[in-house]
Design a protein around this ligand. Sequence first.
Ligand code: DX5
Ligand code: ZN
Length: 219
Amino acid sequence: MKAVAPSVLAADFTRLGEELRAMEKAGAAYHHLDVMDAHFVPNLTFGPLVVQAARRAASIPLDVHLMIQDPLTYGPLCAGLGAEIVTFHYEATPHVHGGLVKIREAGARSGLSLTPGTPVEVLGPVLNYVDLVLIMSVNPGFGGQAFIPESLDKVARLRAFLKENAPRRPILIEVDGGVTDRNAAELYRAGADILVSGSFLYGAPDYGLALASLRGGDL
Ligand code: DX5
Ligand code: ZN
């Protein structure tokens, strides 16, 4: 898969509905929504109210990325609001298995995210409960940061790890942070299925061209 998920964090919030529709027209596969709580990460963004509003305005699936300390409460809640994918951080809670199970029970696909310092091998014990792995290619918390170059290798290692440990189940690989037209092609080549991009896409004068440039020209 070669999908793009624009990160709403970089959108103009005074015109959220219009922004979402413009990205859909440009070819977005998902809207990526960054929920932050000022505890797991220093930044504070938005919560269920905006997820609900985005669900009403959007006609493609929502991909909710929880950067919060309490995914066991808000994960199922966002799933109940109609998010297709709900992802939380391995580093945020000792109850990783419980969180993944609860998100699935609430009707969403379960995602687990790893910060740059967490190795892919931690996925082993919970792999049966994961539908998507989100590799952070910056430290979570803010849009507009520079891509950490070692992330490329990590994506390739994750692809190999999944091939070996879950050969019969398609688990999606998503990459988030500092994604631009300079690194997108190699990230897809390394095994990424979904690229998240905030400032590069929402900062572009033409969303359609910017999105196509991430996919190597395929619209
Ligand atoms: C960062 C967020 C990202 C962010 C990406 O913590 O998880 O989704 O919006 O923004 P860019 O593409 O600007 O790095
Ligand atoms: Zn994100």
